[in-house]
Design a binder for this molecule. Structure first.
Ligand SMILES: C[S@@+](CC[C@H](N)C(=O)[O-])C[C@H]1O[C@@H](n2cnc3c(N)ncnc32)[C@H](O)[C@@H]1O
Length: 233
């Protein structure tokens, strides 16, 4: 039987991998675990990989299982969406994964400069009416926030079914100091023979929303960005 949202929220409170600091307090002025994720919380080395708007966090789980020495955090404002992934983390004992209930608008209250490596944006809401980009997780406003946390040359991986978001992701990033390093119009069509095998493997992981859009005959697009190689953010 499908668990209700309330039961998922209740069970999330019992999971040590789930972090749910009061959103309003953090937004007002606070910070949470800033600078502590890799060594103190996850007992890993190097910068943390984030999946923002992770939902079921399928990509986070696949990445974390592949590299237990690195830390991974799935972030979403809707805790019930990552409940199943969090339960999987508890059952499998994946110590290198955490889930954070947070508004991505305030993401730099949770992660400090140079604390983050790659960022995955999987099927972010395209927000077509939000022309200023204050709600679209791929907009220059958000990219500038990510750049403050990311190490030089870290990547932002954008997976989307939306033709509008795909077009914007090829146009806007240079404004925020990101270089576009890879564009794939249809990741489920045969990839070029020289395409990196590890990236192809992760891109082949289908998220919940991806399965939904594929069932409706949509193509899945991918854009990869690279943060500026210098610390000028
Ligand atoms: C379309 S769903 C995609 C979920 C998942 N990545 C997938 O591919 O199945 C977008 C997710 O982003 C989350 N989200 C959107 N805007 C957010 C924000 N500003 N802060 C935190 N989470 C956000 C939503 O709660 C939702 O779970």
């Amino acid at each position: 039987m499908r668990r209700s949202k309330t039961l998922r929220w209740q069970e999330n409170r019992t999971f040590s991998c789930v972090h749910q600091p009061p959103v309003a307090e953090i937004a007002a002025a606070g910070s949470y675990n800033r600078g502590r994720w890799a060594e103190e919380i996850l007992h890993t080395r190097g910068p943390i990989t984030l999946e923002l708007g992770c939902g079921g966090a399928e990509t986070t789980l696949a990445l974390a299982r592949r590299d237990p020495t690195r830390g991974f955090v799935g972030v979403d404002i809707k805790g019930h969406r990552f409940w199943h992934a969090a339960k999987t983390v508890e059952v499998e004992g994946l110590g290198n994964v955490a889930f954070l209930r947070a508004r991505i608008e305030y993401i730099d209250h949770y992660f400090g400069p140079g604390e983050v490596g790659d960022i995955w944006l999987t099927f972010s809401d395209p927000q077509p009416k939000n022309t200023k980009g204050t709600k679209r997780l791929t907009s220059p406003i958000f990219l500038r926030r990510y750049a403050r946390m990311q190490v030089p040359k870290a990547r932002v991986h954008i997976k989307t079914d939306s033709d509008d978001l795909f077009a914007l992701a090829q146009k806007e990033p240079p404004e925020a100091g990101y270089e576009i390093t890879r564009i794939v119009a249809d990741i489920h069509a045969p990839l070029p023979t020289n395409f990196p095998a590890d990236l192809a493997e992760i891109l082949s992981v289908k998220t919940r929303y991806e399965r939904k859009w594929l069932a409706r005959g949509k193509r899945i697009h991918y854009v990869q960005l690279m943060r500026s190689p210098v610390n000028d953010q």
